[in-house]
Design a protein around this ligand. Structure first.
Ligand code: C5P
Length: 238
């Protein structure tokens, strides 16, 4: 197994130039990148072509959320760009997610469509206020994960602390894509409820989304090598 494929580097940069400089500095150490709204819009989408030319895998993190037809057409764009993973909000509903899968699979059979359950910026109190639900935040996140599973999605974005519970309910092959990962040697920044890369894979995270510990490190290649080693330890590969 190539452990580098489990580590998705969050390319959170305001310009295409800065993002490219980061990709160049990482060279062959990193193979999988996440492109979010900031970089996608500032680069007018061109960063996708660049990453493809470099042979990198792309997680397009634009979190689509609209009526079924509109979301599905946005998904067709993602599928045509050969991204290997992109996401939609599970709160858009099962019909929306089913339509996304139906249209995406016509173009790109291999693309993983994953769901955002509850944004981690929500507090328990805010959740009750917005959704007026009797369920706790965690129960609601698991409910949205189940809806995504029923609709045929490949997995969810979730906290490493939710990964094991989600796998219990949705099955082992349901992918968990987890931000909130911090090696011991790195600053936590604004992340809470973190796990180390080793702990995260031991708790069932299939993919780790890591940004600043690598992108802001004085030697990004070295940071990546250290994380790969930790993941290998966590998986019992060394
Ligand atoms: O720099 P850092 O490792 O904190 O980056 C994590 C990435 O994952 C960022 O792009 C952030 O927006 C994203 N993310 C997150 N928490 C979520 C969903 C996405 O940190 N719940």
């Amino acid at each position: 197994m190539d452990v580098r494929e489990k580590i998705i580097i969050a390319l959170d940069f305001p310009t295409e130039e800065k993002a490219k400089a980061c990709v160049e500095s990482l060279g062959e150490e990193a193979v999988f990148y996440k492109v979010g709204l900031e970089l996608f819009l500032n680069s007018q989408g061109k960063i996708l072509e660049y990453l493809r030319e470099k042979g990198k895998k792309i997680f397009l993190d634009l979190k689509f959320h609209d009526i079924p037809n509109t979301t599905a057409m946005a998904s067709v764009f993602a599928a045509k760009k050969d991204v290997v993973m992109f996401n939609v909000h599970a709160s858009g509903g099962k019909k929306m997610m089913q339509k996304v899968i139906e249209e995406t699979k016509k173009i790109n059979e291999a693309a993983s469509v994953i769901a955002v359950t509850i944004l981690t910026s929500f507090s328990e109190e805010e959740i009750q206020n917005v959704f007026q639900s009797k369920l706790s935040l965690k129960e609601l996140a698991i409910h949205f994960a189940s809806l995504a599973k029923e609709a045929g999605l490949s997995g969810v974005v979730c906290s490493p602390w939710e990964a094991a519970d989600i796998k219990k309910v949705c099955g082992e092959s349901f992918q968990t894509v987890c931000p909130g990962v911090r090696p011991k040697w790195s600053a936590t920044n604004d992340q809470e409820r973190i796990m180390t890369p080793k702990e995260a894979v031991q708790h069932g995270c299939d993919y780790l989304v890591i940004g600043r510990p690598v992108t802001k490190h004085e030697n990004p290649k070295e940071a990546m090598r250290m994380i790969v080693k930790e993941v290998e330890e966590g998986l019992g590969l060394c």
